[in-house]
Design a protein around this ligand. Structure first.
Ligand SMILES: [Zn+2]
Ligand SMILES: [Zn+2]
Length: 302
């Protein structure tokens, strides 16, 4: 058990259904495999973990695109085509703006409709599922309570996945200090927090940083809900993260293998997806990311 854990994590549970005939799914997979090869030169292989980094503490197998397709992942299928955001507790006006922009980014990222529900009050979380961190004094809520008792009973029939969002800090149980977010890999539920994303009111830079951190955790946790494991091959938004500096150094974009997984799961053409993401980055002033997405488009169109 980890003593100084500060991590994004995932849970594993049973049950999966394919969304289409295996033959059709495989032919899409073959096309995406070609895209993976084209994109590879733009990406950096994962670097050796430092002593406090995620992979120094977690022995993870990784997951190639091929392994993902074979794993019969949970995907948006049938009527399950909407992503739900379920706020818990209150948010400031600026935090609400960040949540709305994150919802917009998620729409482009997963090619799914995103709906934000009316908030559930923090008082809905009972005292047994709350604590004050014994050393740091942060007020925290228990992720497993949110996943099992708040989200699962409320999961709408058309939900591709449902992600709770809170401005409170989160902890996943005994032995952990906190987590940025946590998601079930088979049950379409997850939770993430903006508590540790910085004060978005302080300056334009801190606003942008808070938005970027919120987006990164949202898409990371949602990808877990579509049965994606942590990436161990590239510097990638699906890498595990043990502390803030580690998650800040990870890119908001996915590596070629993980890009193919999202495109396969959501039946999206990679160029169409990158175009939407580039446009979002242009509108919101994320220049480095815009350039990256546009370079990827040029590679794929060559
Ligand atoms: Zn994770
Ligand atoms: Zn990856």
């Amino acid at each position: 058990m980890r003593r100084f854990a500060a991590a994004m994590t995932l849970l594993v549970a049973g049950g999966a259904t394919m969304a289409e005939s295996p033959q059709k799914g495989m032919s899409r997979a073959v096309r995406l495999k070609r895209a993976v090869e084209t994109l590879r030169p733009l990406h950096q292989k994962i670097s050796k973990p430092g002593p406090g980094d995620w992979l120094a503490h977690h022995d993870e197998p990784g997951q190639t695109f091929k392994q993902y397709v074979k794993s019969r992942p949970i995907t948006p299928r049938g009527k399950r085509t909407t992503l739900y955001i379920q706020p818990i507790g209150t948010f400031s006006k600026t935090q609400r703006r960040i949540v709305n922009l994150t919802a917009e980014y998620m729409e482009h990222y997963f090619s799914l409709k995103v709906k934000t529900n009316a908030p559930i009050p923090l008082s809905a979380i009972p005292p047994a599922a709350r604590r004050v961190h014994p050393t740091w004094g942060d007020k925290q809520i228990l992720t497993t309570y949110v996943l099992d008792r708040v989200l699962k009973p409320r999961l709408p029939k058309d939900a591709a996945a449902m992600l709770a969002l809170t401005a409170s800090d989160l902890w996943p149980g005994k032995g952990w200090n906190f987590v940025f977010g946590q998601a079930s890999i088979r049950e379409r539920v997850g939770v993430w927090s903006i508590y540790r994303n910085g004060d978005p009111e302080r300056s334009k830079e801190s606003y942008n940083l808070c938005l970027m951190r919120t987006i990164k955790t949202a898409v990371h946790e949602t990808s877990h809900m579509f049965s994606m494991y942590h990436c161990t091959a590239y510097e990638c938004c699906m890498c595990g993260s043990n502390h803030r500096e580690e998650s800040d150094r990870q890119p908001v974009y996915l590596c070629p293998e993980c890009t193919a997984k999202v495109c396969w799961a959501t039946r999206t053409d990679p160029v169409t997806r990158y175009r939407r993401l580039a446009e979002f980055c242009r509108t919101n002033g994320f220049e480095e990311e815009r350039v990256f997405f546009e370079t990827s488009i040029r590679k794929l169109e060559r």
